[in-house]
Ligand binder design. Structure first.
Ligand SMILES: Cc1cc2nc3c(=O)[nH]c(=O)nc-3n(C[C@H](O)[C@H](O)[C@H](O)COP(=O)(O)OP(=O)(O)OC[C@H]3O[C@@H](n4cnc5c(N)ncnc54)[C@H](O)[C@@H]3O)c2cc1C
Ligand code: SF4
Ligand code: SF4
Length: 1019
């Protein structure tokens, strides 16, 4: 084919423009055909399209619709429909691309929900064939028993799909040992846009159309041999353009072991523009059984960069990673409670940078020797005593988790200025690393910004993102910085696109990198494989400008609708200074939504909430695998609503749907790397929804429970009738929506609040030397009084004078104190505030005296440390919060201070193993270790923590008929099976609703930790 005409023929087809204008007619036909011809999910609402319009990049392009195929064959059907209607197709996995690869007009096909199975594991050949939607961590978990793994360990391993990784030619931290995706894929079956399903594997053995494609590309490689030699970067990390060099390898590491050409490599890195992957065959590696880590501390960033070239020569083949973490990232990690203890184990003093140097193999003793070589090398380089040696596995694993969270840690900066990905993965030869980083730092300074560095130092890939405000002058600065950075890359003979792909932000740099002739060859490849230009058009070939603001999430027309919020969001309503990263004072950020919009915009779409590993976030996504039910889906929905991109705003049905399965567990508050607090947002959103639509009967019934509890408890026979009569339960379900399958908590005539008075008076507790105030909540007080009495007994046995907090104002006689949680759960902020105010007034005198306020129910007590602070309750809320602690937290701290000897002497030995389930809010506040510590006060206690997410009950969530199934599935994910598998164990759960769920699912009586301790008290 004549090269001069080829690019011209790959013009943007008129269909592209047509669909870009989102013709309703085409969309309607597309949705209709998909619905009638497949069983997959057809998502065409404005909210669905909005949620899939973006990925972990700065871009946003709204697709025509989204299709979630039930199985692989439906992908082919959807492609055929698109072909007929001339609708472009955007393949998608986890949507964690950083450059906008998964944003585009047309039909997004999401493989991650169903098309995610292992098709064939060949242990003899050491290969596995997988479907493209399979997540890397899921694959590696299933390979572990065979002592194998797929070693392209991207930081997003918990959410990145193999199809997406192949699409982007992803690279892991250990690429120096294992190479990139392209070095580890050995075959692919893929559909061309004309519907042909081809087997892309060894070129020599191939036949038919696949062979013909190979011949075509080979001829291009031969034709462009001179350009390949001149323009192609000679580094490991080059992922730009198409892999034309499979026929004339330019990579420092051969693509195949035997030197033969593998046609699947043509698809790797093609970003969904050449073919739709049906399956991938991957080469597996032996799982290293031993690892050691040396953390080298540097007092100068330059020295760290300069050292990398010497460190990589160590290890005799056992060196697997050299990773950089800079001062800013160290400081940010120290501010994040989940990461601070770990990063402290790695640093000596206040280093400017650290390098994580890993050696892996089968013999730990041999690896220790390599570690000593590293120590010796650093000594020779004038850095004695600079290496923290980590030989044990646990501290290494923890530190890698912090390193993996690198980008997310950086993104936790509040305000409109954010670290932006566009030159974040340029790769330069190691000998130039130090000079390159110095020069780029100066470029940033010139443009009034700075960058935080973290890097795969072993392979010269430097992740740096200058802080830019993309709503203001960001796009302009972005171009200027990109141009200057590219000059440096050229000067040091590096690769401009070294890891995350081209997408929208680097597409236009492909020609810059390879020259016009090779760019033209890329056009010919695209034309040859996808003459219809159906697959992700205008990516790699004919890409748009990187700074086209019409393609950006915070583009020219992005505007927030003014709203009056019920909660105080001013902490997010700040400006930040790009050069210093300092933020202005709360409330000064000019957010028309009073900080709510900026809190929502903290979500950068990195997708960490799409995870299944240990931890809580996000229980609803774990069950449904739906984008809408991940924290990211919710944050995107709220962003669309707040910025007028969703009709009806916060009160719209789409927002209601997105929030419906959020259990308010606060898992995201702790585990989302940028701190998106969806539980709090849900309260705010419910408030706005109620204002427009009013309250439902069930909300009135449940929220007012603390108000009517003292009356209801006088008529337990009547109140409990509903539990005894299936007919009444059915009737109640039809009236309230509360499931007939669930029992309701049993009312009791005798309860803590009307039982014998225990504890000392307020006056006495203020005077005593060992004071404590016990806040007994509605649920423990009325329904499980034994917990409140147990807490009193244990604290008394430990020598404390216990005062039971009670109302100071007797205007509402008979009523106990309440935190307002039941009102918050249904968005009734002003009513919650009334209750919280009364509680705070009662607790304030004790808090002012520094007396601990101890609570039993995690969601109630922790309201004092969370929502109470943002309800406009002033300083008293802060004072009380500073002294509000959970029962176990109090005892764990007192034990640490050596004050529990008398209690310990009174505790008899444990008779059974103890299994603990943490309430989500306990986990969100990082309090689970205090539960296990307190249990260990019991002699011979053997404690195991269940690795569970939310129990699924979550206040009233699991009681509702519409949530029953999801609630049960949440519990069945881990919690209930773990309990069933431990028949003899005593189960401890501090949450009322968790105990209820455990009883419903296993008929086992879980108990509060206070009751456990009380039961071990000996006279
Ligand atoms: C915080 C963070 C850290 C990251 N760290 C790394 C890292 O360490 N190393 C690294 O390399 N990348 C990293 N990335 C980028 C990204 O996570 C990876 O590229 C990842 O492999 C993408 O996987 P995905 O499933 O999300 O793919 P997606 O983003 O969904 O898709 C990626 C590409 O593959 C295409 N594609 C998907 N499925 C198919 C299919 N069936 N057929 C054809 N094409 C398909 C898509 O069209 C797209 O072009 C990081 C991103 C973030 C946000
Ligand atoms: S909600 Fe948090 S974890 Fe989820 S994508 Fe957004 S920033 Fe990431
Ligand atoms: S509060 Fe829980 S359920 Fe809701 S988004 Fe966050 S992690 Fe998911």
């Amino acid at each position: 084919m004549n090269t001069s005409t080829a690019t011209a023929t790959v013009s943007v087809l008129p269909t592209y423009e047509k669909v870009a204008a989102a013709s309703n007619e085409v969309a309607g036909l597309l949705a209709k055909h998909l619905k009638t011809e497949t069983q997959g999910e057809v998502l065409f609402s404005a909210a669905d399209r909005g949620r899939y319009a973006t990925d972990a990049s700065i871009y946003q392009v709204t697709p025509l619709g989204v299709f979630v195929p039930q199985h692989a064959q439906e992908v082919a059907t959807a492609m055929a429909i698109c072909r007929d209607l001339k609708v472009p197709i955007v393949p998608r996995g986890g949507g964690t691309s950083q450059c906008g690869q998964t944003t585009g007009v047309g039909l997004v096909i999401d493989h991650s929900k169903y098309v995610r199975n292992i098709l064939n594991l060949d242990l003899e050949a050491g290969t596995v064939e997988v479907q493209p939607g399979m997540v890397l961590d899921a694959l590696n978990a299933s390979l572990k028993k065979h002592r194998l793994w797929f070693p392209v360990d991207v930081s997003t391993s918990a959410q990145a799909t193999l199809g997406g990784m192949a699409g982007n030619n992803s690279c892991g931290s250990r690429s120096i040992a294992y190479g990139n995706m392209v070095h580890n894929v050995v075959g692919a079956k893929a559909w061309l846009s004309n519907g042909e399903l081809l087997d892309f594997s060894h070129f020599e053995n191939s036949s038919g159309r696949a062979k013909q494609i190979g011949e075509f590309v080979k001829q291009l490689a031969v034709q462009h041999q001179a350009e390949l030699q001149t323009h192609w970067p000679k580094v490991l990390r080059r992922v730009a353009g198409y892999n034309l060099d499979i026929f004339d390898n330019q990579n420092v590491r051969p693509y195949t072991h035997d030197g033969k050409v593998n046609l699947s490599h043509l698809l790797v890195g093609s970003e969904g523009t050449l073919a739709m992957t049906q399956s991938l065959t991957l080469r597996l590696s032996e799982l290293p059984t031993a690892k050691v880590l040396g953390v080298v501390n540097f007092n100068s960033f330059h020295k760290a960069m300069d050292s990398a070239q010497h460190i990589v020569k160590l290890g005799n083949g056992a060196l697997t990673a050299v990773e950089l973490v800079d001062r800013t990232m160290i400081d940010l990690s120290l501010k994040i409670p989940a990461f601070a203890p770990t990063i402290r184990t790695a640093i000596i003093g206040e280093p400017e940078a650290i390098l994580l140097v890993e050696f892996a193999g089968t013999d730990k003793e041999k690896l220790k020797h390599e570690l000593k070589q590293l120590v010796a090398l650093m000594g020779d380089m004038g850095l004695p005593n600079s290496v923290v040696e980590m030989v044990d596995d646990a501290p290494q694993k923890n530190l890698w988790e912090v390193r993996k969270a690198g980008l997310n840690i950086m993104m936790s900066l509040k305000g409109d200025g954010k670290p932006v990905s566009f030159i974040e993965d340029c790769a330069v030869p190691l000998e130039h690393l130090a000079e390159y980083t110095d020069a780029l730092t100066q470029v940033f300074q010139k443009h009034g910004t700075k960058g935080t560095w973290y890097a795969h130092a072993s392979v010269g890939t430097l992740h740096v993102r200058p802080i830019l405000d993309m709503r203001r002058d960001g796009p302009k600065k972005m171009r200027a910085i990109a141009e200057e950075a590219s000059e440096l890359v050229r000067k040091y003979k590096g690769a401009y696109s070294g890891e995350h792909g081209d997408g929208l932000c680097r597409g236009e740099w492909i020609e810059w990198q390879f020259g016009p002739a090779i760019q033209q060859a890329f056009g010919q490849i695209k034309q040859h494989l996808d003459p219809l230009n159906l697959l992700s058009p205008n990516r790699i070939v004919n890409p748009p400008k990187m700074d086209d603001t019409s393609l950006m999430r915070f583009g020219n027309n992005y505007k927030i609708i003014p709203i009056q919020t019920a909660l105080d969001w001013s902490a997010w309503n700040v400006h930040n200074d790009a050069a210093t990263e300092q933020t202005s004072s709360p409330g000064t950020g000019q957010d028309p939504a009073q900080g709510l919009a900026k809190a929502v915009e903290m979500c950068n779409n990195n997708g960490t909430c799409r995870k299944f590993d240990a931890g809580t976030m996000c229980p609803s996504f774990r069950v449904t695998r739906d984008e809408v039910h991940a924290t990211r889906g919710r944050a995107n929905t709220l962003r669309l609503a707040l910025s007028g991109q969703l009709q009806g705003g916060l009160e719209s049905p789409e927002v209601k749907e997105a929030m419906d399965l959020c259990v308010g567990c606060k898992g995201c508050k702790r585990e989302c790397p940028t701190g998106v607090d969806m539980a709090r947002m849900k309260i705010e959103v419910q408030h706005h929804y109620n204002e427009k639509h009013g309250l439902q009967l069930k909300d009135t019934l449940i929220s007012n429970l603390p108000r009517y509890a003292h009356i209801a408890s006088q008529w337990p026979g009547l109140m409990n009738l509903r539990n005894q009569s299936p007919l009444l339960a059915k009737l109640a379900e039809s009236l309230t929506g509360l499931s007939a399958e669930r029992s309701w908590p049993e009312w009791k005539k005798d309860h803590f609040f009307n039982g014998p008075r225990v504890g000392v008076s307020a006056e006495e507790v203020l005077k005593t030397s060992k004071p404590v105030v016990l806040f007994v909540d509605t649920f423990n007080g009325y329904f499980e009084s034994e917990n409140a009495w147990a807490a009193h007994d244990v604290l008394s046995a430990a020598g404390y004078q216990v005062h039971i907090a009670s109302r100071t104002k007797q205007d509402t006689p008979g009523q106990h104190l309440c935190c307002g949680r039941t009102y918050l759960a249904s968005g009734q902020v002003s009513k919650a505030k009334e209750h919280a105010q009364a509680l705070l007034e009662a607790l304030l005198p004790f808090a002012q005296k520094g007396i601990a306020i101890v609570g039993l129910e995690p969601s109630c007590l922790l309201t004092l440390r969370d929502e109470s602070l943002v309800m406009g309750l002033g300083e008293m809320a802060d004072t009380v919060a500073a002294h509000a602690v959970l029962f176990e937290e109090f005892l764990a701290a007192e034990n640490k201070a050596g004050k529990l000897d008398s209690l310990k002497a009174k505790l008899g030995p444990a008779q059974k193993p103890i299994l603990v389930h943490g309430h989500c809010h306990q986990k969100a506040f990082g309090l689970m270790s205090s539960v296990t510590q307190v249990i260990q006060l019991i002699p011979q206690a053997k404690v195991d923590l269940i690795e569970s997410s939310c129990c699924g009950m979550a206040g009233s969530f699991g009681y509702e008929a519409s949530h029953l199934e999801v609630s049960k599935q949440m519990a069945e994910a881990n919690l209930l099976p773990s309990i069933r598998n431990n028949k003899d164990a005593c189960v401890v759960a501090d949450g009322t609703s968790c105990r209820h769920q455990i009883m419903d699912g296993t008929e086992r009586n879980a108990i509060h930790v206070a009751l456990l301790l009380a039961r071990h008290l000996q006279n």
